[in-house]
Ligand binder design. Structure first.
Ligand code: PGA
Length: 250
């Protein structure tokens, strides 16, 4: 049985004070026994603070991006080894905002996925179609292309140490959530692609849904057979609401 994973993507929000109160609020709201596996992904500069505040808690730490290179003259970049060093377990790779705003191609995303694993992190690999692509009915082709780029560059065995997140771009930050059935359809498709390479790995890999997840829709989404949790943006910035989403996976 796959354990539900709920990860909070804080994006470029917050301050030191807000990070502290968010982590404190979340640990208090979840209590000693979080029912789901939970992770928070603050901006780079707040990771150290968040790691200290999370000490002794079951909540894991993640970053939102990493460099392809392990170290060197790459001004402004952050290496996976550094993220490990400050206590990260996860790193988000290929978020649609990185793809669309910062020009990350499928090839770059695949290289970051491999770099994450090389550096001892578990990548949360994001895939998803735009509204225009959904309307053109090429959703499956887009998802397959994004996934295939990673499968071709890192073998199926790598998915034993990875998480996939399906994030339809039209649902991110828009308040417009995919219906549980729409999410299930794509999640099943993703699992099917992985299963063509290895049934057992496909069955165990967690596929999260992301895009306007909130307390009111999390339960219905997480109850779908191939939806194994959520990657939560806006709603993860409210400790009480985020804890409610985490409990929806219990
Ligand atoms: P959202 O963002 O929950 O605010 O839609 C999700 C994400 O971008 O990971």
């Amino acid at each position: 049985m796959r354990k539900i994973l709920v990860a909070g993507n804080w994006k470029m929000h917050g301050s030191r004070a807000e990070t502290a109160s968010l982590v404190e609020g979340l640990t208090a709201a979840l209590g000693d026994a979080p029912v789901s596996e939970v992770a928070v992904c603050p901006p780079f500069v707040y990771l150290v603070d968040a790691a200290a505040a999370l000490e002794g808690s079951e909540i894991r730490l993640g970053a939102q991006d990493l460099a392809v290179e392990p170290s060197g003259a790459y001004t402004g970049e952050i290496a996976g080894t550094m993220l490990r060093d400050v206590g990260c377990h996860f790193v988000i790779v290929g978020h649609s905002e990185r793809r669309s705003l910062y020009g990350e191609t499928d090839g770059v995303v695949a290289a970051k996925y491999r770099a994450a694993q090389r550096d001892g992190l578990v990548p949360i690999l994001c895939v998803g179609e735009t509204l225009e692509e959904r309307e053109r009915e090429v959703t499956e082709a887009v998802i397959e292309r994004q996934l295939r780029a990673v499968l071709d560059s890192a073998a199926i065995a790598s998915f034993e140490r990875a998480v996939v997140a399906y994030e339809p771009v039209w649902a991110i930050g828009t308040g417009r959530t995919a219906s549980p059935e729409q999410a299930q359809e794509v999640h099943g498709f993703i699992r099917g692609i992985l299963a063509a390479d290895d049934d057992t790995i496909a069955d165990s890999v967690r596929i999260l849904y992301g895009g306007s997840v909130k307390p009111s829709n999390a339960g219905d989404l997480f109850s779908m057979p191939d939806v194994d949790g959520g990657l939560v943006g806006g709603a993860s910035l409210d400790a009480g609401g985020f804890a409610e989403i985490c409990r929806a996976g219990g």
